[in-house]
Design a protein around this ligand. Structure first.
Ligand code: CA
Length: 229
């Protein structure tokens, strides 16, 4: 069953949307503030978000932007003002659709269904789940071999990408430099375990906010490295 997140501070509207969506077989969760909505969007398994623009604590523009940094799921922005639509388009927030209040609940349900179907086609049912790895602000697209840090794409060499992906796919597992070298570099490679250290340093420069206090790849002194989750 698809799970829909409604972020809406007008509870009567939220409840109406919820009723209609539940009648259509969706699982629905409501959040009434921007920050609570963002938190649920990022930490729960949600398939689509209906996001009001004017919200307490954090507005819908900001919430949309922050969700997009890490998730590709469909976002339907809801606005009480027609003028907002131009603003949304201009900002390029990555929303999938816009709907202005008042709207009919059946129109909303139709759009939700259309976007979920489109998204499922895009993702593809046969695609393995581990093709995209998302850990906090980092998104590794294994298929496209691209890495995004807080929504910004970073350039990685082949070995840097392989090393980061390997560590991220085995979170909290400590690997020695020897293990990493033999996993990532083939036998004919010129180099030694110092190569691993150099590559870790380069990866940290791209993903860490502060390389002297790494939040992702930790050094376990005397042993090796681990990707912390
Ligand atoms: Ca509102």
């Amino acid at each position: 069953m698809s799970k829909i997140l409604i972020v809406e501070d007008e509870i009567s509207i939220a409840e109406l949307e919820k009723d209609y969506l539940e009648l259509s077989g969706f699982d629905v969760v409501i959040e009434e503030t921007g920050d609570a909505g963002l938190n649920t969007a990022l930490h729960e398994n949600v398939d689509l978000i209906i996001l009001d623009l004017m919200l307490p604590n954090m507005d819908g523009f900001e919430v949309c932007k922050k969700i997009r940094e890490v998730k590709d799921i469909p976002i339907l922005l809801v606005s009480a003002k027609k003028e907002d639509i131009d603003k949304i388009r201009g900002l390029g927030l990555g929303a999938d659709d816009y709907i202005t209040k008042p709207f009919s609940p059946s129109e909303l349900v139709a759009r939700v269904k259309a976007h979920l179907a489109r998204y499922e086609r895009l993702v593809g049912s046969g695609v393995k789940k581990n093709e995209i790895i998302e850990i906090r602000g980092i998104k590794i697209d294994k298929t496209a071999r691209r890495v995004y840090v807080n929504g910004e794409e970073k350039t990685f060499t082949t070995k840097e990408f392989d090393l980061l992906t390997f560590l991220a796919e085995n979170p909290n597992h400590v690997f020695t430099k020897e293990e990493l070298f033999s996993k990532i570099w083939d036998m004919e490679s010129v180099g030694d375990i110092a190569t691993v250290t150099v590559h870790i340093k380069k990866i940290r420069e791209k993903i860490e906010f502060n390389t002297s206090k790494p939040q992702y790849i930790e050094t376990i002194w005397g042993v090796g490295y681990r990707f912390k989750v």
